[in-house]
Design a protein around this ligand. Structure first.
Ligand code: PMP
Length: 289
């Protein structure tokens, strides 16, 4: 497998950066995860827009334009003859010294890794996932804003560990006020009585690209969509619940904190949106060749 490293395509065994890279020392950098379905890169522009917004906020100067980045992504996919893939695009602050000062890092490292991905087994999509709320709170937007898709995922990893230690794969994270915000690597939706709800971005979430796609698909089906404040009580008593993310796509949730959501099986609207999403990813995207 070839990896894109600062303008070159190198063998994966040679794809190395310095241990003095502040991405490694401090999680100082940004990244994206992007999917390719049957030779079509899904929502590439939106992912690049979010990447560059994240970089801008952390004052990381990307030496390439978005068009050049797009070309680099396509070039890497072609080099690996991948038609169905997961792309990990990483921009780290670059090599500096052991201090925090980002000014010491003169050259950000730009890496593009392409590989296969399967997040959950097939039966999870059919039977649904059981999740729990965990004690680790989501970072507050006034500290490290969750809208920045930064290389520092410790907040999410700690919540994931909370879940794993209780025997669950995914967790609902609350914000500092105790409202539901998102999961460790996915956004969350609930559906009840004809309306779809998802926590609004200002509460402290990553503004997921799959979230955005799903909101549009629901609206196209005539479903009202509302970005709201959502409590655990709302989730427990919703008719349906599901998670969205680039890697996970749309995952039905059937139980939260031991309570059945709806009738405890994937909901009709969730299953419809899964189908709509599949139709879209089959046909919409930037062609690799
Ligand atoms: N929230 C978090 C914390 C994430 O890491 C991700 C991406 N895995 C998402 C939500 C979903 O975002 P997207 O749909 O853009 O992948």
């Amino acid at each position: 497998m070839k990896v894109y490293l600062n303008g070159e395509l190198v063998d994966e065994k040679d794809a190395k950066v310095s241990v003095f890279d502040h991405g490694y020392l401090y999680g100082d950098g940004v990244f994206e995860g992007i999917r390719v379905y049957n030779g079509l890169v899904f929502r590439l522009q939106q992912h690049l827009d979010r990447l560059y917004r994240s970089a801008h906020t952390i004052m990381l100067n990307v030496s390439m334009s978005k068009d050049e980045m797009k070309e680099a992504v396509i070039k890497t996919l072609k080099a690996n003859s991948l038609k169905d893939a997961y792309i990990r695009l990483i921009i780290s602050r670059g090599e500096g010294d052991l201090g925090l000062d980002p000014r010491k890092c003169k050259h950000p490292n730009i890496v593009i890794i392409t590989d296969k991905i399967a997040l959950y087994p097939k039966e999870i999509y059919e039977k649904g996932l059981e999740i729990i709320t965990v004690p680790t709170r989501r970072n507050i937007p006034e500290g490290v804003n969750p809208q920045i898709k930064s290389l520092n995922y410790l907040n999410n990893i700690m919540a994931k560990m909370d879940a794993l230690s209780c025997g669950y794969e995914e967790a609902i994270m609350l914000n500092n006020e105790g409202y539901v915000v998102e999961c460790t690597g996915d956004n969350i939706f609930i559906y009840d009585e004809g309306k779809l709800y998802t926590p609004s971005v200002h509460l402290g979430i990553l503004d997921g690209i799959t979230r955005d796609v799903v909101m549009k698909l629901a609206k196209e089906r005539g479903i009202e969509v509302s970005e709201e404040i959502i409590s655990r009580h709302d989730v427990y008593n919703a008719g349906e619940c599901f998670l969205t993310g680039t890697a996970a796509e749309i995952v039905p949730v059937v139980k939260v904190d031991g309570r059945n959501v709806g009738s405890g099986v994937p909901g009709e609207v969730t299953l419809q949106l899964i189908e709509d999403f599949k139709d879209l990813t089959d046909t919409d995207g930037v062609p690799v060749s």
